[in-house]
Design a protein around this ligand. Structure first.
Ligand code: AHG
Ligand code: MN
Ligand code: MN
Length: 342
């Protein structure tokens, strides 16, 4: 009888994180455990997303968040699920999310740990009720305040390049978790039959020139002439730039992930309605900037690298151009010639 093929090449995220930790003798294992905690939250949120049409979790929750976005039930479920997964572990001291005006201190009952989590619990909320891919984005910093005092806003308002880890979960045709701790970008696909994230995309590298450009072109008349020139070049091609295909899902995580894998550039520029655009620096742009740079891409506000921006406010917005290196550099060059921000 032929040998029964039992696939032993299955690498769970737990095994992968453990092997990554072994590369750093000084590692205490706390970050590894924190990443497991986020895996658990991802599985719980994924289960609810997959059943959203069957349980009472669709629809608006009847309130708006600090950014004025109508809060969906799944926004709040995901916000609570991540916080519950991390706040009693002693690994985290404070969390801040898109859905809460102020940061939330972890309870004193459990020792407050050395990590800070900033997250967008549910990205692409407008797509929840129409069964289009949505996601969760997370950013992990080290606490900077004295352990003798209380953690606070200063622990959250840190420059992106100091992130310890960052990543996202994409609830798409499959549920994927993609993260970096500064050692490359790695993607895991959830096998719901065994409840494990399995390594499916080791060491993701994003192509230097992208196939796609992603932008909400209904904002065209509110952009600066320079931004219009950038988008026109992506759309029609110009001397140096081949014309690209337009793809825009309206969920940042889904647009970002497709471009990361296939190559592409995503833009959410400022416009006459909002000079800083719509996307938030701390829990959308900065974590995705860390991921894309670790995969060989770039992320900018049109003039400066996202990872160099020092946040002033928790829900601060920023113009955001992210993706394939050559494409982002092209955009920056055109915008610089114009001398005004994106
Ligand atoms: P969120 O649901 O977390 O508020 O994020 C929505 C964001 C982002 O996911 C997406 O890229 C963008 O909103 C789409 O905005 P427009 O509908 O203005 O294009
Ligand atoms: Mn979002
Ligand atoms: Mn959100």
């Amino acid at each position: 009888m032929g040998s029964v093929h039992t696939s032993t090449s299955v690498i769970t995220i737990e095994r992968f994180i453990m092997e990554q930790e072994r590369l750093h003798p000084e590692a205490t294992g706390e970050l590894s455990n924190l990443l497991y905690d986020l895996c658990l939250a991802a599985k719980i949120i994924s289960r609810h997303v997959r059943r959203a049409g069957l349980t009472d979790i669709l629809g608006a929750a009847g309130a708006v968040n600090v950014s004025g976005d109508l809060q969906q039930k799944l926004d709040l479920f995901a916000r609570d699920t991540v916080r519950h997964a991390v706040q009693h572990t002693g690994r985290v001291c404070i969390v801040a999310s898109e859905e809460d005006e102020e940061p939330m201190l972890c309870p004193q009952t459990s020792r407050r740990g050395k990590y800070v989590i900033l997250y967008d619990p549910l990205d692409g909320s407008s797509n929840i009720d129409v069964n289009v891919s949505i996601g969760t984005i997370f950013s992990i910093h080290r606490r900077v305040s004295s352990p003798k005092g209380e953690p606070g806003l200063g622990d959250c308002l840190q420059v992106g390049k100091k992130q310890v880890a960052a990543g996202y979960i994409l609830y798409g045709s499959s549920t994927m978790l993609v993260y970096t701790t500064g050692q490359g970008v790695h993607g895991f696909t959830l096998d719901p039959t065994i409840g494990e994230f399995l390594l499916s995309h080791p060491d993701i590298r994003t192509p230097a020139v992208g196939k796609y450009y992603s932008v909400n072109e209904s904002n065209w008349n509110r952009w600066t002439p320079a931004v219009q020139r950038v988008v026109a070049a992506f759309k029609n091609g110009d001397g140096r730039m081949q014309a690209k295909n337009a793809r825009y899902i309206g969920s940042l995580v889904a647009d970002f992930h497709r471009n990361l894998i296939s190559g592409g550039v995503f833009l959410y520029p400022g416009d006459t309605r909002s000079a800083e655009g719509k996307l938030r620096l701390l829990y959308e742009a900065a974590p995705l900037a860390l991921v894309v740079e670790q995969a060989g891409g770039l992320a900018t506000d049109g003039r400066r690298p996202i990872l160099d921006l020092v946040p002033q406010h928790l829900h601060q917005k920023t113009p955001f151009i992210v993706g394939s290196k050559t494409d982002v550099e092209f955009a920056v060059e055109i915008l610089a010639a114009d001398g005004v921000p994106a």
